[in-house]
Design a protein around this ligand. Structure first.
Ligand code: RFL
Ligand code: PHB
Length: 390
């Protein structure tokens, strides 16, 4: 097979880029390891910044997001049982975020690709990238027992943290920066009305908790757990009791509980790979960088990568202008590192680390007290949470 841009990974990054390029007449093939149902079964992001929402509209995929997504102009931080509201609208100069699940937006992207007869090949295995430092790269893979090969101009590595693309960059070129956190998040999805119309991030001596939502009838809750815990350690009733303990009394009292529809534990990690380009390979999204979910930045950082790549590819194919491609890695990484800083900071502010000394706890408390006492500090939090410009 032949295409202009071969995209590895059919998650939100790969699908979004494929759709945007298609609308500009640039041919792509997306290779995805799993089935569509498997990809849609992964419960992940819930909070989108407007930069991402704009890109969805540009990709002609924004209709359902605009009717079913919720605009949130603020969120809450509970500090040992006391609730403080962060007025995003006031402190970010009128901005807000959109609450719309990653599952739903990925479904919208799949539907859009299907409508335009976009080529998305599922259940591909043994993906290998060839000739990345030559003028004619190719990708080989197996599907349904057959070996296949795609010749292309460029390869996009949008295959997430565990994908093959990043690993195809020679070790003496790639530099990796990483921080692994000594705890995970246990997430529960339940068909119950959310406890609050806005998100609640809770700092508590028993550990962090988060109350989020997908709609008026679908709630998403998380609690910080030790990395050694498994889902089996947390039957539903034990989970609900622990979540309530970490929330203000009145919030816990009005919490509606029910059976979990999904329950999983995610480890928390900060990670950046540099550079994000090697020859004809460009990395995007989780393939190049990971943040702990505390700041809701993961998918939103992927959005800026896709935005830069999309414009760079269009300039290349329509005007023969390669400046965007040349500058991609540096430009993308500048924003990526700011999302890293913010996610690390909010994680440090709200979690209970096993090794925390009395001094560390006092500093954490002071950092929060300062935040709630300073318009400047709240503005800094708000401008990062709604997303820095790209
Ligand atoms: P994905 O979604 O991991 O998709 C990569 C795709 O590549 C496929 N793949 C391969 N395909 C072919 N060949 C191979 N060898 C392959 N290896 C892998 C995979 O099957 C997969 O389909 O990466 P992408 O597209 O870059 O998207 C990134 C986002 O998924 C991620 O950043 C967010 O989910 C992070 N995140 C959040 N981000 C936000 O912006 N706001 C949030 O509120 C938010 N909440 C979250 C989150 C992530 C979480 N977890 C589980 C880590 C909450 C959680 C709990
Ligand atoms: C979610 O709804 O899954 C969610 C929301 C905000 C975060 C992380 C996850 O910071």
């Amino acid at each position: 097979m032949k295409t202009q841009v071969c995209i590895i990974g059919g998650g939100p990054s790969g699908l979004m880029l494929s759709q945007l390029l298609h609308l500009k007449g640039i041919d792509t093939i997306v290779l995805e390891k799993h089935t569509r149902d498997y990809v849609l079964g992964r419960i992940r992001a819930g909070v989108l910044e407007h930069g991402f929402a704009k890109l969805m509209r540009e990709a002609q995929c924004g209709e359902r997001m605009d009717t079913e997504g919720q605009i949130h102009e603020g969120f809450n931080i509970s500090d040992n049982g006391v609730l403080h509201r962060v007025d995003l609208h006031k402190y970010s100069g009128g901005n807000s975020v959109v609450v719309y699940g990653q599952t739903e937006l990925t479904r919208d992207l799949y539907d859009a690709r299907e409508k335009l007869n976009g080529m998305v090949l599922h259940e591909v295995d043994d993906v290998v990238l060839h000739g990345l430092d030559s003028g004619s790269p190719s990708v080989t893979f197996s599907r349904g027992g057959n070996s296949e090969r795609i010749e292309c101009d460029y390869v996009i590595g949008a295959d997430g943290f565990h994908g093959v693309s990043r690993k195809s960059i020679p070790a003496d070129v790639l530099r990796e920066y990483e921080r692994v956190y000594p705890f995970g998040w246990l997430g529960v999805l339940s068909r119950t009305p959310p406890v609050d119309s806005e998100l609640i991030y809770a700092r508590h001596e028993r550990g962090f908790a988060l109350c989020s939502l997908r709609s008026n009838v679908l709630s998403r809750y998380y609690i910080q757990v030790p990395l050694t815990d498994t889902v089996e350690d947390w039957p539903d009733d034990v989970f609900w009791d622990e979540l309530k303990r970490r929330l203000p009394g009145d919030v816990a009292a009005r919490m509606q509980t029910g059976p979990s529809i999904e329950k999983s534990i995610a480890a928390l990690r900060s990670f950046v790979a540099e550079p994000m380009r090697y020859g004809r390979l460009f990395l995007a999204g989780d393939a190049a960088h990971i943040v702990p979910p505390t700041g809701a930045r993961g998918l939103n950082s992927a959005a800026s990568d896709i935005y830069y790549l999309y414009h760079a590819m269009v300039a290349h194919y329509q005007q023969g202008d390669d400046q965007g491609l040349e500058e991609y890695s540096g430009k993308a990484l500048a924003r990526v590192w700011k999302a890293q800083r913010f996610s690390w900071w909010l994680t440090s502010l709200l979690h209970r680390y096993p090794e925390m000394s009395a001094y560390d706890l006092k500093l954490q408390q002071t950092e929060l007290d300062y935040l709630f006492s300073s318009d400047n500090a709240l503005s800094s939090l708000a401008e990062n949470y709604v997303g820095l410009p790209f």
